[in-house]
Design a protein around this ligand. Structure first.
Ligand code: SF4
Ligand code: SF4
Length: 519
């Protein structure tokens, strides 16, 4: 019997039979489309089960992406959301014999501790069977030992290859065993590192707040939200936080040492870590280095390799749009408001499916309009960033908003608009929000460490509504007008993006650098 089959047998032996599960209604359906225990499918498992999902990297334009797996979109069912493989009538799993490891394991769960230092085997107390088990009972201990042996042994490779199966810390999961081998490979405890997980945000906040920076790239969300494409790890050296990213065996610093400690000592430690990860393949690299830290890097022999920049605007001028420069922008906004009646409101997890559908359509339209391969690659990578932002916005404390068109009211204003809206509804019904109106834009941001600047992080507006992007951006600026400055982020070396940011008349353009050491 293979290890995954042994997990099924283990539960049967412990008394958790399929009859018992069929009489229970907890599994396979979820309270929210962003619920944390939606099952994780590795790319191979998604292919095996026929799950078509850009999030899993299967059957969609991003299929060639390096994403090793994901939690696929769930399907609305009354007040609930069900796994796409759950049969709506029988409520049974349509792929029971081929279900993913995550499902075979449940009610055991793989989970990081709060700081990402260890991977635990835990038991979810949401399962009635778990609640009935005395924690020290012999049957229970035997099941935990056997599962830990499989996960830390023959299944460890699969977990390390697709670590998305390890969920963040949950206080309703009873910790049972630390998985030493999986911890070493997923957290890189062999290098003294820990995994960067969302629950790190609070304990690591003092490092992110230590220097009053206006740079987006030095903020926790801007780093963490790349976790689908990069293995992110952290450690503290010389009172500085070092955040490493690793992809295809190459490691680099996502940001310069953060904090007020000894930067020189931290840089030496960082170089040692990167040497251990990279070997002779390449030297050390650090991204998002600001000008204040260039002398410290130069003293250690690091060389400037590339210059990027972030665009900082006066928020008030973007809210008020006074003067001739903004004639076109004001015209766009007025035109949109004349033709459409839109509702602007905070984002909620129930908006997730509608926003993801909007994202996919927006991406396809952008890719069709811009054949540049660099731009298309960045679009595909950005989709992972957007989806994780949409999934975890609440947990990370992001500010998010959506624009919905009131189709009925818009129809009263303009027959043209009514026709447009009805086409949108017919083409992609899943673009509607939980209350049934089409979501046509979303935007997210967060405050930066200098307490004067707000980051305008991501924004998508349906391109078929002229003026909507300008209207959405202006509404967002109004929401954050208490912050004197708005950071529009980097231009990703894309000329059209740079032109759009320059059109916002930045009051400052702040450079950041990539620095390297010789290999
Ligand atoms: S919650 Fe527990 S008992 Fe209920 S279906 Fe899931 S594993 Fe079975
Ligand atoms: S794959 Fe099957 S067992 Fe797993 S959540 Fe979906 S329906 Fe349930």
């Amino acid at each position: 019997m293979n290890p995954a089959g042994q997990l099924t047998a283990l539960w049967r032996k412990a008394g958790l039979t399929s009859q018992r599960c069929l009489a229970c209604d907890v599994c396979c359906r979820f309270a929210s489309p962003t619920a944390c225990f939606i099952p994780f499918f590795s790319r191979a498992e998604a292919t095996e089960c026929g799950v078509r999902s850009a999030e899993c990297g299967v059957g969609e334009p991003e299929a060639a992406s390096p994403q090793p797996g994901a939690r696929p979109p769930v399907v609305p069912e009354g007040q609930w959301w069900r796994c796409p493989l759950r049969d709506a009538t029988s409520q049974a799993c349509t792929m029971y014999d081929r279900r993913p490891l995550d499902c075979r394991l449940y009610p055991f769960v793989l989970m990081f501790d709060e700081t990402g230092r260890q991977v635990w085997l835990g038991a979810d107390e949401a399962c009635p069977f778990v609640c009935q088990q005395p924690p020290g009972g012999a049957v229970w201990q035997e099941a935990a030992d056997e599962a830990a042996g499989l996960l830390d042994g023959p299944l460890a490779n699969a977990i390390a290859a697709a670590p998305g199966i390890v969920s963040r810390f949950h206080d309703h999961v009873r910790p049972l065993r630390v998985l030493g081998n999986v911890t070493r490979r997923v957290c890189r405890s062999d290098l003294g590192l820990a995994r960067l997980v969302p629950t790190c945000q609070e304990p690591l906040a003092p490092f992110f707040k230590a220097r009053p920076t206006c740079l987006t790239g030095h903020a926790f969300p801007a780093i963490y939200l790349w976790a689908d494409l990069l293995n992110l790890h952290w450690r503290v050296d010389a009172d500085c936080l070092l955040v490493f990213a690793e992809s295809d065996g190459v490691g680099f610093l996502m940001a310069p040492p953060l904090g007020t400690g000894d930067v020189t000592a931290a840089l030496r430690a960082a170089a040692d870590i990167m040497a251990a990860i990279n070997g002779p393949r390449c030297g050390a690299r650090a991204q998002e280095v600001d000008e204040a830290l260039l002398p410290a890097f130069a003293a250690e022999g690091w060389q400037i390799g590339h210059r990027a920049q972030e665009y900082i605007c006066d928020t008030a001028s973007l809210v008020e749009l006074r003067g001739r420069h903004w004639d076109g922008r004001r015209h766009d906004i007025r035109r949109f408001e004349k033709l459409h009646r839109a509702e602007w409101r905070p984002y909620t997890p129930a908006d997730f499916p509608a926003c993801v559908a909007l994202l996919h359509r927006w991406q396809q339209e952008r890719a069709a309009a811009h054949p540049d391969p660099l731009y298309r690659d960045q679009l595909a990578a950005a989709a992972f960033l957007h989806r994780r932002t949409l999934r975890e916005a609440a947990e990370l404390g992001l500010w998010g908003f959506v624009a919905e068109l009131d189709a009925k009211e818009a129809g009263q204003d303009s027959t043209t608009t009514a026709a447009t809206v009805s086409v949108v509804r017919a083409e992609s019904g899943n673009r509607q929000s939980a209350i049934g109106n089409p979501v046509v834009a979303y935007t997210f941001g967060f405050p930066l460490a200098d307490q004067a600047t707000f980051a305008d992080f991501i924004e998508v507006a349906d391109l078929s509504y002229p003026g909507l992007a300008a209207w959405t951006f202006n509404r967002f600026c109004r929401e954050v007008r208490d912050w004197p400055f708005l950071n529009l982020g980097p231009d990703s070396e894309l000329p059209n993006l740079a032109a759009a940011k320059l059109a916002c008349r930045p009051s400052r353009i702040v450079p950041t650098y990539v620095l390297n050491t010789p290999s």
